[in-house]
Design a protein around this ligand. Structure first.
Ligand SMILES: C[S@@+](CC[C@H](N)C(=O)[O-])C[C@H]1O[C@@H](n2cnc3c(N)ncnc32)[C@H](O)[C@@H]1O
Length: 219
C-alpha cells in the first residue's frame, strides 16, 4: 500500500517534498555530520534529493535507498549520469561515481548489507514519511544494523499539534527522538518555525516546527 501511494505520487508529480536546492540544515550543520574526508553517507528514502550530488561533490560517498524505480532512474537522467546496474541483495544497485542508489525497500537493506560501511546518515523527510508504527523497525532494523559504530546522524523532523493535522508528514516529538535513540548522544541543533512553509491550506496549523537533531551512535 505504501509503495502504491509513493508510485502514484511520483507518477502524478505530487512531489512537493522535493527541493531544487540543497537542504539548508545540511548546509548549516554538514560539518557536524561529516567529520572526516570521504565519509559514506546513507540517505534513506532518498527520492531525487539534490543533497546527494552535493555530498558527492564534497568528496563523500552516498548510498541512497528508494523504492520507486522511476524516481531512481529519473535522478540519474536529471544529473546527466549513466549508472552501472547490478544486483545487490534484495536491491538493484545503480552506481555512478561516488553515488550508489539501491532500488528497493529500505526495510530490506539490513539483510543484504551496504556496498560500503556507513559512517554518516542524513535523514530528511524519511522518518517523518513513515507511519509512526514503523518508526521503531526503521531505527532498530534499518539504521542501527547498517551504521558503523560511532556513526553520526543528522535527523530533520517536524513537530506540530496532531489534533490540528495528521501526517504524512508525521510529527515526531522530542520525547520520541530521545526514546528511539536512548543509548545515543542526542543534541538538538536547531528548531525553526516553519508554519509559512506548510503547503496545506486545507489543513492550517497554528504551529509547525522544523527540528534538526544530531545523533551520535555508540562506538
Ligand atoms: C517524502 S519523500 C522524501 C525524499 C527525499 N528524502 C527528499 O528529501 O526529497 C519519501 C521518499 O521515500 C520513498 N519511500 C517511501 N517508503 C519507502 C521504503 N519503504 N523504501 C524505500 N523508499 C521508500 C518514496 O518513494 C519517496 O521518494
Amino acid at each position: 500500500m505504501e509503495h502504491a501511494f509513493w508510485t502514484e505520487a511520483w507518477a502524478t508529480g505530487r512531489t512537493g517534498f522535493h527541493s531544487e536546492s540543497v537542504h539548508p540544515a545540511l548546509h548549516t550543520f554538514g560539518h557536524r555530520l561529516l567529520r572526516e574526508a570521504g565519509e559514506t553517507v546513507f540517505v534513506p528514502l532518498c527520492g531525487q534529493t539534490l543533497d546527494m550530488p552535493w555530498l558527492a561533490s564534497h568528496g563523500h560517498h552516498v548510498i541512497g535507498v528508494e523504492f520507486v524505480k522511476d524516481a531512481v532512474e529519473g535522478f540519474f537522467v536529471d544529473q546527466g549520469l549513466v549508472p552501472e546496474r547490478s544486483s545487490f541483495g534484495a536491491h538493484v544497485r545503480y552506481s555512478a561515481g561516488r553515488i550508489d542508489l539501491l532500488h528497493g525497500d529500505v526495510f530490506e537493506v539490513a539483510k543484504g548489507g551496504m556496498p560500503r560501511p556507513v559512517t554518516a546518515i542524513w535523514d530528511r523527510a524519511a522518518l517523518v514519511a513513515l507511519p509512526p508504527a514503523r518508526r521503531s523497525a526503521y531505527v532498530q532494523g534499518v539504521i542501527r544494523p547498517v551504521a558503523a559504530p560511532g556513526a553520526t546522524m543528522l535527523l530533520n523532523v517536524f513537530e506540530y499539534d496532531r489534533s490540528e493535522m495528521d501526517g504524512p508528514p508525521f510529527a515526531v516529538p522530542a520525547s520520541e527522538v530521545h526514546s528511539l535513540f536512548s543509548d545515543c548522544r542526542v543534541e538538538l541543533l536547531e528548531s525553526k518555525n516553519g508554519v509559512s512553509r506548510v503547503h496545506r491550506p486545507d489543513r492550517p496549523v497554528s504551529r509547525f516546527d522544523i527540528l534538526t537533531w544530531l545523533i551520535e551512535l555508540p562506538t
